[in-house]
Design a binder for this molecule. Sequence first.
Ligand code: ADP
Length: 682
Amino acid sequence: MPEQAQQFTFQAEVQRLLDLVIHSLYTDKEIFLRELVSNASDAIDRLQFEALTNPELLPEGHEPKIRLVPDKERRTLTIEDDGIGMTRDEVVRNIGTIARSGTREALEQLKEKAEGAGQLIGQFGVGFYSSFMVAERVELVTRKAGTDEAVRWTSSGDGSFTVAEAQRDRPGTTITLHLKAVDTENGIEDFTDRWVLSRLVRQHADFITYPIVLPAEKADEVPEGETPEPEKPLNSMKPIWARPPAEVTKEEYADFYRQIAHDWSEPLETIHTRSEGLVEFQAVLFLPSRGGTELYYPGFKPSLRLYVKRMLVRENSEELLPRWLRWVRGAVDSPDLPLNVSREMLQSDRHVRQIRRALTRKVLDTLKRLLESERPKYEAFWRELGRAVKEGVEGDFENRDALVDLLLFGSSREAEALTTLAEYVERIPEGQADVWYLTGASREQMESSPALEAFRDRGWEVLYLTDPVDELVVQSVTEFRGKRLRSAAKGAVELDGAEKKEEGLAREKEFEPFLTSLQKRLDTWVKEVRLSGRLTRSPAVLVVAEHDYSPQLERLMSGGRRDAIRQRRILELNAAHPLVQGLRRRWDAGAEDPVVGDYAELLLGWSLLAEGSEPHDPVRFTQLVAGLMETALDAAPAAAPPAAEVASEPAGATGSSADAAGSVRSGGAVESPDPEAPKKEN
Ligand code: ADP
């Protein structure tokens, strides 16, 4: 008894995608054929792969084909394959939901900006759903290899689909498109026309390795006097990697890329290579033009296919390239590997290791060439995928040096511009011995960091490391061409020559009791208070010891938790700053003066804010600031300059800080406001 058709609604995202597809955001409607033929080819690949361990899945004399059957009268086009087929559950899951995170993300983006959708959607594949560009109704009948039951899936793309029992005499999938009316102006050609179909196959699917055939022409379809066309493959079936690169068109590479990568943007660069040395292989690798967050998901699998004599043995091979190159897509074919390869075998195989080494070299050489001769393209690549490349610096010992040469960083030299370490070293002026960098959350934040004042005054370039993995990079790259890589926010910095050093030491000695007393006051958070060689304009800056974590790394590791244990830092003071000098005088007058302690805390909180962190105790900090403002107001001269004039003073002008210090001096401790004053809180 035939079961009743069961109705399902599409996942909301799928319906959204379908609406976009149906409302013709793609101009190239003919690409539906490429999508369906690719799916068919993948399905045959999978069946052959399964059959390696389960030979009875393949019928005797299995010669898999992809058949295109046009029907002019009914206006249908059927695409039929001898692939692995799908179970009922698989149909519902695969065709009705969106599994690919890239597609889901792109849809999210689409939701946010309505216009530009056409352009955006062009960046990701819609696979099977593209059939709705040319068909009013789509019917799919499929039977999974190794089972007897078939299912029929039908939908008009209007919110729901039905699934019912069906018949199919052998495993595989048949898709019938009930075609929309021909509308050449809108890209809908007559897809029941044999010539149109053969042209499209040659154009978009020539590299498919299984024969794509039209049924033999019937005698009554042929004009008098001509012989009917027999059934013969429309495609050359030669995989792209086996063809001479000079004969493969850019369009063909792009089609192949789309099939394996499921990415509709053009690849940035194509590497077509072969080797007949120690190990024989042919490979077509693509460097994508986009990165994408899915690369960083733990379960991410690379779109890199491994074939053995044109037989797919692994769809997402992780063994052919190091992990940091997981974004490289493509296909590798080698006759030197056994067909029956297990993961363990691949990992330990000598040939695989050789292929891996050769391919890694190839990619590195290509990146180097781009860096040297196509800089804008390389920078575009870097902005998308630099983060993954940096992982290699830390993890790929064998290629580390080559990788270090490929690194790009922003720097204080020019906004937006990226520099290599080599370029930085070339620009190093007289007197500068090291390569300096700063790590932080953003360029803006680092640009205003007090830690860079002395560097800026000298015109010394500082690299801005904004990427979390940069922390790992600088832990591993501590030297470049004989220059040390040093953090501008770590350790003691003495940028001046020897005689200034003497002077500094003398001053340090003289300041010591004062500094020690401040440190005691801040002991919970600060392990040392010392004079700074970094500051010229700001009163204070927080730094860490040479081998401590940078504040950026600490922030990342704490995951934003307020209660995370923080390492104690070093507070550096600018001895030439009026605020520090004023505080020093106040301390000289009475070491136990509570104002000195409050100011020490204020300086600490100020330094944290200046580097982009939060004060340790924001409530206490704001109370101190409010108290300070109050006392300053009380002490302010009656004829205050108009606000505009104050604002026009140079930023961080020392004068105002000195005034503030002076006014506190004349007032009481900031913590004890006038008891008569009305309560402002609550
Ligand atoms: P993609 O091919 O990009 O994965 P599709 O929407 O085209 O996305 O297909 C979704 C899934 O449906 C495929 O990954 C595959 O598992 C399954 N599928 C599609 N077409 C076929 C087919 N002809 N035979 C077997 N499975 C198929």
